[in-house]
Design a protein around this ligand. Sequence first.
Ligand code: ME8
Length: 722
Amino acid sequence: MTNSANSPERYYLTTPIYYVNARPHLGHAYSTIVCDAIARRKRALGIDTWFLTGTDEHGQKIERSAKLAGRTPHEFATAIAAEFRGLWDRLDLTYDDFIRTTEDRHKRGVQHLFATLRDRGYIYKGSYSGQYCVFDELYVDGPPGTPCPDCGRVTETVSEENYFFKLSAFERKLLEFYEANPDFMGPESTRREVISFVRGGLKDLSVSRTSFSWGIPVPGDEKHVVYVWLDALANYITALGYGSDDPADQARFAKFWPADMHLIGKEISRFHCVYWPAFLMAAGIPLPRSVKANGWLLFDQGKMSKSRGNIVRAETVHEVLGADALRYFLLREIPFGQDGNFSFDALVQRYNGDLANGYGNLVSRVVNMVHKYFGGVVPECGTQTPAEATLHASAETAISAFSKEFDALNFSDALKSLWSLVAETDGYLTANAPWKKPADRSDADHTALQARVLATAAEAIRIITALAYPILPESAAKVWRQLGQGEIADAAKQGFLTHLAWGGLTPGTKFLEPAPLFPRAEKDAVERMVKIEEENSKSVIEAAGGVAAPEQPTPKAQPATPQVPESKKKAEKRPMEETKPTPAPEPAAEPAAAAPVQAAPAAQESVPPQGASPQHITIDDFAKVELRVAQVLVAERIPKADKLLRLEVDLGYEKRQILAGIAQYYEPEKLIGRKIVIVANLAPRKMRGLESNGMLLAASLPDGAPVLAGFLEEVPLGARLK
Ligand code: ME8
């Protein structure tokens, strides 16, 4: 059960398996591209590599998204899984296996794991009543109404019979394991966070659900389905063949497990660094050697995510600048482990600066000159001068610096060091100007200089290209061919990076004709990408209901504490609730009990009824409703009106009074200072002799309880919602 030393012979790495509730975006592509670059480098180092990716298809969230789209969960999951896989293929990502959690091989493995945990005494039956975040498929500690600490959405109350996993038994063992394996988790911020979470105490974890059926049945008790995170995490072993009787599967599992690295996004580190190792310890299965978290790709100031509606698709960049441009940008621009901004401007700037004007231009100059002055045949270098010795030394330094940084996942620094070799080679060419023959230099001397300089520069390019291959596979393949080296993919299969050293370009090698690598991106490149994204978001809106449930913003990083059995905790009962705030409609007439916050019957459904035909309004209709951000300045009860609160709110440009029927649900003191959303242009109404100038927006839960709409980011008072 120890974290054994890294084996040089084989390497197993995985991406998270992505939820199929939404189409892939650049955030998903980022993690998968990082893995692809690592996998390519490992293979090119002669290491037998297995790169796994896939899709996470079970659970309540997917079941609901499918329902919203009017499809069966399986049909729905199949369509989105195909989108993920299709995109990875278009981007030429070299995964060895793509697992879908709805496949039989996975179900069998999960059931085997569940049975093993139970047989070893780590699973017991209990009942759970508490909060659950469907978006994050996460149990949340706290009373009803507790928001999910990960995404901020309102949690649902679940009350059901569950199987529990004895997570509490692993607190000490996990801490000892982290201590003994300091490189297990990274970056440091993740490590600290996970350790402090475990030190805070672990409670037993519910690992089955009974209130819905879209999951893997618990063996022997089929009214339960396995908790979606236990199901999902197991993909890393089931894909290799865990739980199979087939000798080929068993051999693959024996060969590749434990994984060398699970690459994940930082928000799911607790699942991977606490729950997963605990499950494995309990099952007697060795632990993965490392879990490394990438930071978040931000766009327009926020985490890129479907729920924020601030996504960019990898396809767009691929279409305009090519996959290599995207790979280079992501790995060069964002120090791995940190959050990083994506912008089209920054992308085009890097592309033009580093690829078109930098590497691409260098290759084109040298290949062209070898054709022009030597008929495309690499000349003998002749006697070296100190300038060649310097470039040679720099190239050797770049090989070791790049390798050290890349293997430590410091891709940005690795590329920085490699691109300083690009710049140095460029400077070397310019300083020696093989295209310019001074009047006092003989023809023979000039030809000797040209030969020396071009052979040396071409060799530097060969080194740069070999090292850059895992990050720029398509362009490196073109350059490799131009340099007369054949197919780089074949060289990679033979582990060409293990013996990469200066001097590999032999005189007499025939270059191919130069071909463009990175055509300069003109000004309109940004506009084109923006336009493609706009067109896409329009078509997604037009096809609304076709793919995914709308989601709420998610600004926070870490999931919550696990839940505890009913016996250990008190919890008020409340029915399931939907997290999407629904604007409360204006009452047709002044309500008898004067409750401005109320919902139409349809809004009480957690999911719109299938086949219901919505009453469409035009955008102009919607524009008539003036929704604005306001802050509560005063909140107080109204004598003899037990449902009403009197609020004074500040809109920035004016203050006004609003009466709201939320007195049974919100303590007035707790509302003061809170930013809310109001309908600002509602005709004034009188209730209990007081004038109400507007209406609050709140989600209405099935039991009628309102949940006020609000914001997770800072918003100025008076800002309009549109
Ligand atoms: O969490 N920046 O699936 P998911 C960087 N099914 N990476 C991002 C990102 C962003 N803005 N957005 C997404 C799940 N990612 C579970 C995983 S694994 C056993 C189960 C990447 O579809 C990042 O790797 O929400 C993140 O962890 C993953 O996509 C989340 O994908």
